[in-house]
Design a protein around this ligand. Structure first.
Ligand SMILES: NC(=O)c1ccc[n+]([C@@H]2O[C@H](COP(=O)([O-])OP(=O)(O)OC[C@H]3O[C@@H](n4cnc5c(N)ncnc54)[C@H](OP(=O)(O)O)[C@@H]3O)[C@@H](O)[C@H]2O)c1
Length: 277
């Protein structure tokens, strides 16, 4: 069995009251990596998809793939999430009703914080943080008034260990705190917010960010479909935090038990913070 074939077919996550109706999942960052893997799995689960990213051709290729495999109905919604106007268009689509939202669009900026263009940092904040906040708000407001639903926000183990870079890590810490706080606020409702915090995943992320990963051992890497499968298993178990990979769990458990000063020293050594904005 390859990792693009799930071990089991997960149950739907949204409990629909009344007659069965078409269920929608909107995925940002769906043209590549983890977002594209979510598209595969949610299509397999019977969701109709709304696929968001900048590259329309790649979104269409994902749409063709899942339509060919599962007969999925797909809307392709090209948007640059660094642009407020494009975010409004996506927010408007989310507000019309989705049952499952995945905020996977995100990127990192390499280079020292003080030398990179301000515009690149603003774009990173807009894509990693603002879009997550705006789309989650629109989704949750609709979900609470209707059949409930699920939001999955992409953080990272980087968001759990201060010192591994500055703005990217901070954006992922924001996603973690935001999602966990919101999931507490939603307790007792039929609407769930899950935060997904992967370690190293084989996607285009590092190449796009210009991060040299040659020293990262094979054992640290995960396939995006495996990460998504574990996230969906954790959702079915009622968890609101998912950190796939035994090594990642062991690393975070070890670092979080160290005294803060020592943990910072380990992170400085491993994270090459000066080269990561
Ligand atoms: N890979 C890892 O090791 C890892 C680990 C932890 C967390 N993460 C997080 O996982 C998420 C998905 O990343 P990935 O690993 O799948 O990387 P990826 O393969 O580079 O995918 C990133 C996605 O984000 C989209 N995107 C980037 N900038 C955008 C913009 N301005 N507007 C709209 N969409 C934009 C890209 O699409 P277009 O270029 O078509 O716009 C692409 O679909 C990110 O939030 C990342 O921070 C990744």
């Amino acid at each position: 069995m390859t990792s693009s074939e799930p071990a089991e077919r997960p149950e739907p996550y949204v409990q629909v009251r009344g007659p069965v109706r078409e269920r929608y999942a909107l995925i940002t960052g769906a043209s590549s990596g983890l977002g594209a893997a979510f598209a595969d799995r949610l299509a397999q689960n019977g969701y109709s998809l709304v696929l968001v990213a900048r590259d329309e051709d790649r979104l269409s290729a994902v749409a063709e793939r899942v339509t060919g495999r599962y007969g999925t109905r797909c809307e392709v919604l090209p948007a640059d999430l660094a642009s407020a106007a494009d975010r409004r268009a996506v927010e408007e689509r989310v507000g019309r009703g989705v049952d499952f939202l995945v905020n996977a669009a995100g990127f990192g900026v390499s280079g020292s914080f003080w030398s990179v263009e301000s515009a690149a940092l603003d774009a990173q904040l807009a894509v990693n943080v603002s879009s997550t906040q705006e789309f989650t708000r629109a989704a949750v407001a609709h979900m609470l008034e209707n059949d409930g639903g699920t939001v999955v926000n992409l953080s990272s183990i980087t968001g759990l260990v201060p010192g591994r870079g500055s703005t990217y890590a901070a954006s992922k810490a924001w996603v973690l705190y935001f999602s966990q706080g919101l999931s507490h606020a939603l307790r007792g409702t039929n609407t769930r917010v899950m935060v997904l915090a992967p370690g190293f995943v084989r996607t285009e992320f590092h190449a796009r960010a210009g991060i040299d990963v040659r020293t990262v051992g094979d054992g640290w890497w995960m396939d995006p479909h495996d990460v998504v499968d574990q996230c969906l298993v954790d959702l079915r178990r009622g968890k609101t935090f998912s950190m796939p990979g035994i090594r990642n769990k062991a690393f975070i458990a070890a670092v979080s038990r160290l005294p803060r000063a020592l943990a910072q020293r380990v992170n400085r050594m491993l994270g090459n913070a000066g080269a990561r904005a």
